[in-house]
Structure formats: C-alpha cells, structure tokens
Unconditional design. Structure first.
Length: 580
C-alpha cells in the first residue's frame, strides 16, 4: 500500500480499478519535408487547425449547455489561442520557410509557448501552459491520424490516473463511469480543477510522480476530501473506505427527505441556511438541496475563466440568471475577491513577497476603480430583479468601507441619471475576516446592514498561518481558542446591535462545529450546496439549550485538540452517522 499526498480539488471518495493514461505523447516521424512538398504540408496543417477548431467549438457548446457558460469559456479561450494570427503565422512560416514538417512545426511552436508560461513566477499563469500542451496533442492527433481515445471510451466504472489531464480531456470524462481521477501535476486554480468541480468528480492533483508504481487494473482510492491517493490499499484500508462510502450513500438518501423542511432546532428556533456558490449553474443544486437562499456568491469566476476582461453586460447576465433562478430567496453577492492566488488576467503592478498580505480583495478593487465600477453597475442593475445584498470582502479599516460605499452610491446615482429604475435602498455588508475588523466591529456595525464571518481568512490571519502552505497546515485550525474568541465576540456584538450576522466559511461545513456556533448565538450560515442536507439535519437534531451548554464548555478549553475531541464526542452523541 502506498499513500500519496496531493491537493484536493473536488470533494468525495472514489474506489475502483485504474485506467492509466500514458504520458509518452506522440512520436513525430520526420522533421523536414522536400521543397516541392511544402504547399501540401501547409495545407495539412491548415486542415488540422480547422478540424481541431471545429472540435473545440463542439466542446464549447456542449460544456456550456451542461455546466454553464463559465466552463465553456475555457474552450472559447482555447479556440482564441488556436486562431491567433501570430501562432498560425509562426507555424506556417516554419513549414514554408524552413521546410519543417507540419507535426514538427506544431510541436516546436506550441511547446515554446508552453515553456514561456511554465517559467513565469505567477502560479496561475504557469498553469496555462497545460492549455498549449492540450492544443499540441489535439493537433498532432489530427496530423498523425490517431488520438487519445481511451478517456471517451471508458464505459465501465474506473478511476483515471494520469500525469496530467487537459481541460478538454477532463470535459470528456463521464461521471457515470469515471469515479474519480488523480494527476501527478496540477494545481487548484487550473482549468482542469474547475471542470472537475463542475462535474462533481472526486479529484486530487499535484501528487508528484506515481504512474510507474501502478498498472491498469490495480485498485486505487481517491480521497478528494483529504487530498490523498492510496495505491493498492490493504484489506483493512479498503474495508474502511468501503464502509465510509456506504455510510455516505445511506446518509445522502436519508437526508434527501429534508429538502423542503426548514433548518429548525428541536425547540423551534429557525436557522437560516444558505448556500455558497461560484458559478451561475450551481443555483440548481441550491434549490434541489433545500437552501434558503445564497449566502455567498463568489463573483470572481468571470475573471478566472477567460482571457478577456468581462463587460458590464457579462456581469449583469450572470447575476440576473442567479437572481431570477432563486425567485424570492435572497442572494448575497460578494464583490471581487481577486489577488493573491486568484489574479486571473488582471495587470500585475509588481511581484509581491506575500500576496495574501498584499493587494487583494477590496484593496485591489479600490486600486482598479474602472474595473470595480463595471461590477458595481451590473450588481446595482441586477438588484432590481429580486432580493439582493452586496458584500465587500476583506475590509480591514473604516476608510475602506466608506470608500467602497461611496463608490456604490455614486454608481447608483449615475445609473439613475442613465434612466435605470433602481431599488431605493440596497443592503450593504462586509466580510469579517481579519482581526482588525473584529476589534473595530462596534464602529463597523453602525455603517452596515449585515455582516458575514469568513472563517477561512480569519483563521489564517489570526494564527499567522498561510492556509496554502502545507508545511504549517497542522497549525491552521478553526478550533483554536483564539479563533473561537474572535467568532464569539463578532456574533455577540452583532446580536447586541441588532445587525444580522452570517457565517460562510468552511468551518460551518463541518457538522461538529454547528452546535458550537448555534450555542454562540449564530442563527444564519451558508455552506456549499452539497453540505446543505447534513447541516440542516444537525440543526434539526439539537436544542439551543443543548448548544449553549456545548459552547460554554468549549470556551473554557485551552487547545484546538481539546476542542476537536470534545466536539467530535458531542456530535457522535447527537448524530452518530455524521461523526464518521
């Protein structure tokens, strides 16, 4: 048995036999052609480009229909790259002027582009090198008359292992048969990861080399919850994961009956349970799983799925779709949380030694006012379509909040002058995710209509732990007493001031924390759509009195280990099936 540590990019657990995708690529038969064969060679190249372009267009339409336009944008970007005159002319020139074969010209040119991207310091841009490798494989497949068909031909349950899967290859995965996949390379911001999440296929990337240790037909476990790949598991491990899978299936069936029931405690206290989404198509999952609304809509997907800056109409159409799809249920839009590891194609001012402490989120928006105004105009226009709130991320000072509010007010006035009919008042809130916001909360509460606690960043800033650094991952704990004191203070002050408070971080996704949060006074939280049923079940299995007793005991403990052990024990007593 061999356990590999990687990056979890799509949650879930999969167990099955392996299909190994080789990484040998294509062998190019010749480097040069004779002078009298040049014209024919150029024609072969053009036919290959046209054929691949047609296939990409079909992928674009199919994925857009199946998953939404933001996924289709990935293939639109491939099509734009393929039709780029500079690229086409460079390949054509290598054939007509240097008499290289079409295969060699294609491979040489695209690998040169890929190398340029690979050598960039920016991690997100380096990931784009895979897009050029994808185009190279598709073009060579056309030129050489063969393709990597194994993925599209998988018709029995299997787990795919590969050095890397390109976006177009991932799009061909059929969730009915591909139980999960793992790759040696890749990162959480890659297009492959984005498509995997949309298909809801458990996936782990960036494990390092392992393909030489596995053969087709071997049994493998992909643990997309913890970022592990287990090669040839022993009987004990296999049995443990099989039991876990069966428990998950039974629990999912049991929880499905909760769809139309409220998240209400035993003693009749109503808990607002919203969903967190990143892409417009996820509203379907929100409705199907019984969410009360959307507590966090991350809007930066428009910038991460394309090479072109989205227009006001692009923003508006995406927002309008979500609002109209949710009907009378509230939607909370978080303005752009770009920067750090999510820069998209925005211009870099300079390299930052620590981007998580640099120009990101509201700081970046306030430095790019033209970009920010485009989003605010679209949000304000869309807010007339239904119950909408707007939330500013990573607010650390009153000045930032006031500047953002003033910009929003100016935007609304401009829209009125342009003839748009708007709501008289648009509710405005902030994300509480840095300690300074907690310390100054009494001031912030006088200037906002609601707040939302973002525990992911609050934990890392409170404990000085980079949550993307695996070397200090053991210190990143939501259960640390210091973090819990910040959360308790935030909830208490908000409730005292009569300002609604929500919690939308990953902390609320874990069932064991729910009784604690309710005991601290929280009455609203939002989680990924897939987590709505089990969190609803926890809420319906406890009383507020019981939760307050749990919270009182937790706040007396001195370490994260003590807190985790106590909460796990309490959850096991309340709802054993969720304590697995």
């Amino acid at each position: 048995m061999q356990i590999l540590e990687g990056i979890a990019v799509s949650p879930g657990v999969a167990i099955g036999e392996v299909v190994v995708i080789d990484n040998e690529g294509f062998r190019i038969p010749t480097r040069f052609v004779t002078r009298d064969a040049v014209d024919e060679e150029v024609l072969r190249m053009q036919h290959a480009f046209d054929s691949v372009a047609a296939e990409i267009s079909r992928n674009h339409e199919r994925i857009s229909d199946q998953l939404g336009v933001q996924y289709g944008a990935i293939f639109a970007a491939h099509l734009q790259m393929l039709k780029d005159p500079t690229l086409v002319n460079e390949v054509t020139g290598m054939i007509s002027e240097k008499h290289h074969s079409a295969e060699y010209a294609v491979s040489k040119t695209l690998r040169r582009y890929a190398k340029i991207f690979q050598e960039l310091d920016d991690h997100y841009m380096a990931e784009r090198a895979h897009d050029f490798f994808d185009l190279e494989k598709n073009l060579l497949g056309k030129l050489l008359g063969r393709r990597r068909e194994s993925l599209s031909k998988i018709s029995t349950p299997a787990i795919v292992l590969a050095h890397n899967l390109t976006p177009s290859e991932t799009a061909k995965l059929d969730p009915r048969f591909v139980l999960g996949f793992a790759t040696e390379v890749g990162g959480p911001s890659s297009h492959t990861a984005i498509v995997a999440k949309g298909l809801e296929i458990p996936a782990v990337v960036g494990t390092g080399h392992f393909l030489t240790d596995v053969s087709g037909g071997d049994v493998v476990i992909v643990d997309g919850d913890h970022g592990q790949v287990i090669l040839n598991p022993d009987d004990k491990t296999l049995h443990r994961y099989q039991e876990e899978l069966e428990q998950h299936r039974s629990l999912a069936a049991e929880l499905s009956v909760l769809r139309d029931l409220p998240a209400e405690t035993i003693d009749g206290v109503r808990i607002q349970l919203g969903a967190n989404i990143e892409f417009p198509h996820e509203v379907n999952a929100c409705r199907e799983r019984g969410a009360d609304g959307i507590g966090l809509y991350r809007t930066e997907f428009l910038y991460l799925g394309t090479d072109e800056e989205p227009t006001e109409e692009d923003h508006y159409r995406a927002y309008a779709h979500v609002i109209q799809s949710m009907g009378d249920r509230q939607v909370v839009f978080r303005t752009l949380d770009l920067g750090a590891d999510k820069l998209g194609q925005l211009p870099r001012h300079e390299e930052e030694n620590n981007p998580f402490l640099g120009v990101r989120s509201i700081r970046l928006s306030l430095r790019n006012l033209d970009l920010f105004r485009v989003q605010l105009r679209a949000l304000t226009r869309a807010s007339a379509l239904g119950p909408v709130r707007v939330m500013f991320p990573m607010i650390s000072t009153l000045q930032e909040l006031r500047q953002a509010k003033m910009l929003l007010i100016d935007t609304m006035e401009d829209l009125v002058e342009d003839g748009y009919e708007l709501k008289e008042k648009l509710e405005i809130g902030i994300m509480v995710e840095v300690p300074s916001a907690v310390l100054m909360l009494d001031k912030f509460l006088k200037e906002v209509d609601f707040i939302s606690i973002g525990t992911n960043d609050l934990i890392q800033y409170c404990l000085a732990v980079d949550r993307s650094n695996k070397d200090v991952a053991n210190l990143y704990r939501a259960s640390d007493p210091a973090v819990l004191r910040l959360i308790e203070t935030t909830i208490r002050q908000s409730n005292d001031a009569g300002v609604p408070v929500n919690l939308c971080g990953e902390m609320s996704t874990s069932p064991k924390y729910v009784p604690l949060l309710l005991g601290l006074g929280l009455r609203s939280m939002s989680v990924p759509p897939s987590s709505v049923p089990e969190i609803k079940q926890v809420c319906r299995s406890v009383s507020i009195e019981q939760c307050e007793a749990i919270a009182q005991r937790v706040m007396e403990l001195e370490s994260a280990l003590e807190v985790d052990a106590y909460l796990t024990d309490q959850l096991r007593q309340i709802f054993p099936e969720l304590a697995i």
